[in-house]
Design a protein. Structure first.
Length: 546
């Protein structure tokens, strides 16, 4: 086992959604600023192989990596905070671990032995955690769920073993310290019990990060440290902030980086400078402009369903010193036509229709595309949002009123989007699996090259001919409709580099009407906003002020 690697384990207590991913990402940012190569692994206890078939209502958005892995949304945070892209090796699930273990058992790798959680499952967890690039100095491992959950016990046992097997490790425990408004009291008891639960599993935290709505007085930190068997300077606070991008600065101010470096026996190489983060946070907190953007989607009741899109809009606002107010509109609430569309959408400066699957809510999205096309409202269609904009155009401009996608009606006469037979070597196998309702791994996934057409609006936005973007879709634009689309005014502005599949559409007689088969939101960062989002918000601001 490589003893040169440093491993940091981040666990959570009391309840979920305390921000373990933000703490892990913030710590990774500080270590990167120190000059270290850092990666972050998310270990999810659920039995799904990956996040690909999970409803956003269950676990938020599905984040797609460059190599096509469908992962937990926390990997999106990791990429936005770090300078290293995540891969399939950065996401572990119980399903993935059990699946690999069973495959090995079937092949006879265990030489007839009884396959058990310990050591076989825990060994596989450890193998997958440490299966990272050789240039990595520090691996941060976020254990999903909450200490005390039965599902996460094998992962915590694997962590316990690794802490004995690797020389330099660190345990960071994120807990809740609630503030009771009615009595004005700060309660440390939940944190005490959470640490007790963790220690009962053989794990002693080295650092504690306290999530709270208020700042923690020194005596409360001392009390937590006493019960956790640590020095008070190992207890850090993570209070409510206006933006998650403040968290690295808050942890740095409390000396967390120095404490981590010391406990991992690392020598400081650089003076950590966070000027770019400070400027970014200042732009978020004190913007000069304001714009209102509507997201019309089927999962609008859950903001995490569109987490990367939300962040990409925020990043564009940072670049333009503007506050982007996001308004969620359930597409099912929008009528196909009539005054309700005008009443609901005219107040916004731009409309974004995101990706999704299934027929529910598509009429509202098509009506949204119609409204934006006719009223010259900036429209950004991503994946399904692009497909429905094309279908709307075929229905209402070309005149095929029943045009649709094979996803919604496989027997339709005009299937504008359908399953292709040549974009992947084993497409026949993929199509067969799709027809049998086996939805796992049946899509065009990950980063692929796209060639933009010179002279188009999209080409001028990217300022280059070849781009690489991430995909997550099954259905492609039927090429027999491309000539008719372009004859009637809709330009196919980009094609896949090898299969010549339509990737980008735009309307030349519209201030901003662009749709992409790919998901540009997966590559946007606060310090490197995606050009499409920046140009979308810039146009919305210009139209608003005109």
């Amino acid at each position: 086992m490589d003893q040169s690697k440093r491993v940091i384990f981040v666990t959570g207590g009391v309840l979920s959604s305390l921000g373990k991913g933000i703490v892990a990402s913030s710590l990774g940012t500080l270590l990167e600023k120190e000059g270290l190569n850092v990666t972050i692994v998310k270990a999810d206890p659920y039995l799904n192989i990956d996040s690909g078939t999970m409803s956003p209502y269950q676990h938020g958005e599905v984040f797609v990596t460059e190599d096509g892995a469908e992962t937990d949304l926390d990997l999106g945070y990791y990429e936005r905070f770090l300078n290293r892209p995540m891969t399939k090796q950065n996401h572990i699930t119980s399903g993935k671990v059990f699946f690999e273990t069973i495959l090995r058992e079937r092949k006879g790798d265990y030489l007839g032995g009884t396959v058990q959680v310990i050591p076989h499952i825990t060994d596989e967890i450890k193998r997958q955690i440490l299966n990272q690039p050789v240039d990595i100095d520090v691996i941060i491992v976020e254990i999903g769920g909450t200490v005390g959950d039965i599902e996460s016990l094998p992962f915590l046992e694997a962590v316990r073993q690794l802490r004995f097997e690797i020389k330099h490790t660190l345990s960071v425990h994120v807990t809740l310290v609630p503030f009771i408004e009615t009595s004005g009291e700060i309660k440390t008891k939940p944190t005490q019990h959470s640490v007790k639960e963790l220690r009962s599993l053989g794990l002693n935290p080295d650092l504690i990060v306290c999530r709270s709505s208020v700042s923690l007085p020194k005596d409360h930190r001392k009390k937590i440290a006493l019960f956790a068997n640590m020095h008070p300077d190992c207890v850090f606070e993570n209070p409510d902030v206006k933006t998650i991008y403040q968290v690295p600065l808050i942890l740095q101010q409390q000396g967390m980086l120095e404490k981590v470096m010391d406990k991992l026996s690392l020598t400081a190489k650089n003076k950590v400078v966070m000027d770019d983060w400070k400027r970014m946070v200042e732009s978020i907190i004190h913007p000069l402009h304001e714009v209102n953007i509507a997201i019309v989607g089927k999962y609008s009741s859950l903001a995490d369903a569109y987490k990367s899109i939300n962040e990409s809009l925020l990043h564009a606002g940072i670049a333009l010193n503007a506050k982007v107010n996001i308004h969620y509109i359930p597409s099912e609430e929008l009528e196909e036509d009539g005054h309700s569309i005008d009443e609901r959408l005219q107040q916004f400066d731009g409309i974004l229709v995101p990706g999704g699957f299934g027929e529910r809510g598509i009429k509202g999205k098509i009506a949204t595309a119609t409204y934006c096309r006719i009223n010259k409202k900036p429209y950004f269609g991503i994946c399904l949002g692009m497909q429905l904009a094309v279908i709307e155009y075929v229905q209402n401009v070309i005149g095929y009123a029943e045009a649709t996608s094979a996803e919604f009606n496989p027997q339709a006469e005009h299937k504008v989007f359908h399953l292709m037979t040549d974009w992947i070597d084993d497409q026949n196998h993929v199509q067969q699996r799709t027809e049998q309702s086996d939805k796992g791994g049946t899509m065009r996934l990950g980063s692929q090259l796209c060639e933009l057409q010179e002279g188009t609006q999209v080409y001028n936005i990217y300022k280059r001919k070849e781009i690489s973007e991430r995909h997550r879709h099954r259905y492609e634009l039927n090429s027999i409709y491309i000539d008719q689309l372009q004859k009637h005014g809709m330009t196919v502005a980009g094609y896949s580099a090898h299969q010549h599949l339509a990737e980008v559409i735009e309307l030349s007689d519209h201030p901003w009407f662009i749709g992409t088969q790919f998901h540009p939101e997966f590559q946007s960062k606060p310090t490197q906003p995606h050009p499409l989002f920046v140009n979308f918000i810039k146009t919305a601001l210009e139209i608003k002020s005109s």
